[in-house]
Design a protein around this ligand. Structure first.
Ligand SMILES: N[C@@H](CCC(=O)N[C@@H](CS)C(=O)NCC(=O)O)C(=O)O
Length: 283
């Protein structure tokens, strides 16, 4: 039997779902295994933060992946490679169950009935939060927007090195983990840039990213109900579509590319981004 989580009181639950926020039994703890800079991991974090669900974060060493290797027994098999799945995000539910692939993780954790939290939902969400339109945006983010970020943050070695500077802030990494990850990780990412661009047929990565941002601002077009820029589905609060787009862009916060993203167009993208960040309320 699946169990619901207790959720702290949140504006997101102030209406129809308030009742469904009561736990039916003690919730199993959630642990997110991630790279700080991974857009797919940021999507999970933003959704959990928005829904006020508590979880632990474990940073994975991008070179050794030892934190994932320790879970080999419960990770699913990567059919193509014939060995355990070695990508992030992974969400541990309790200690025995490992969920993989961001969209499948969220589909498993979030409401199962259309437009609201259903009886099978592990994490209740407000009505209208996780609809087909939201999932379409998620597919676009995963297959287009997030794919464009990598070649943008690795245009030069120095940008790639900057992208890997997050490792210095990971308390669980040793000095050598930090040195190795930043230098080798940055070099490998920088060298892989051309191959990735070829794979996804990207010629001008900055131009393609700006075009993708145009798609977002077009969807935001017009004023929100409470004035200023609105949300993608024109509701009073962000839905999963907003959070999917926002969290992909958030994964590169602090980097050169993010500054260009914030300066895009007439300022409405930045205004929307800050509004979503506030609603998500990262812990
Ligand atoms: N479709 C997967 C994609 C996950 C993915 O590609 N994760 C990257 C990090 S952003 C990864 O772990 N790559 C393997 C590696 O770093 O070796 C999802 O949505 O979770």
């Amino acid at each position: 039997m699946r169990r619901s989580f207790v959720c702290r009181s949140s504006p997101a639950f102030s209406t129809a779902t308030a009742g469904s926020c009561k736990a039916s039994s003690a919730p199993p703890p959630l642990t997110l295994l991630q790279y700080s800079i991974c857009p797919f991991c940021n999507k999970i974090k933003s959704v959990l933060d928005f829904l006020k669900v508590s979880y632990e974060v474990k940073e994975v060493n991008p070179l050794s992946k030892k934190e994932l290797k320790e879970l080999s027994d419960i990770l699913p098999l990567d059919e193509k490679k014939g060995k355990p799945y070695m990508k992030v995000p992974v969400v541990l539910v309790g200690t025995e169950k490992a969920l993989v692939d961001s969209s499948r993780i969220l589909a498993e954790l979030l409401s199962v009935s259309p437009g609201g939290s259903g009886p099978g939902a592990v994490i209740p969400s407000p009505p209208g939060f996780y609809e087909e339109e939201d999932k379409e945006w998620e597919r676009w983010v995963d297959q287009k927007l997030s794919v464009l970020l990598f070649p943008n943050i690795t245009r030069s070695f120095s940008e790639s090195f900057q992208a890997f500077s997050y490792v210095n802030k990971v308390p669980s990494f040793s000095f050598w983990d930090k040195m190795g990850s930043q230098w080798l990780g940055a070099t490998a990412m920088w060298m892989a840039q051309g191959k990735l661009k070829k794979k996804y047929q990207i010629e001008d990565e900055r131009g393609a990213l700006m075009e993708a941002l145009g798609t977002v601002t077009k969807a935001l077009g017009g004023e929100g109900k409470s004035g200023g820029v609105g949300f993608i589905k024109k509701g009073e609060s962000p839905s999963f579509a907003d959070i999917a787009v926002y969290s992909s862009l958030r994964s590169i916060e602090g980097l050169e590319t993010h500054k260009d993203v914030m300066e895009f167009g007439d300022g409405s993208l930045k205004e929307w981004y800050e509004k979503v960040a506030k609603a998500v309320g990262h812990r």
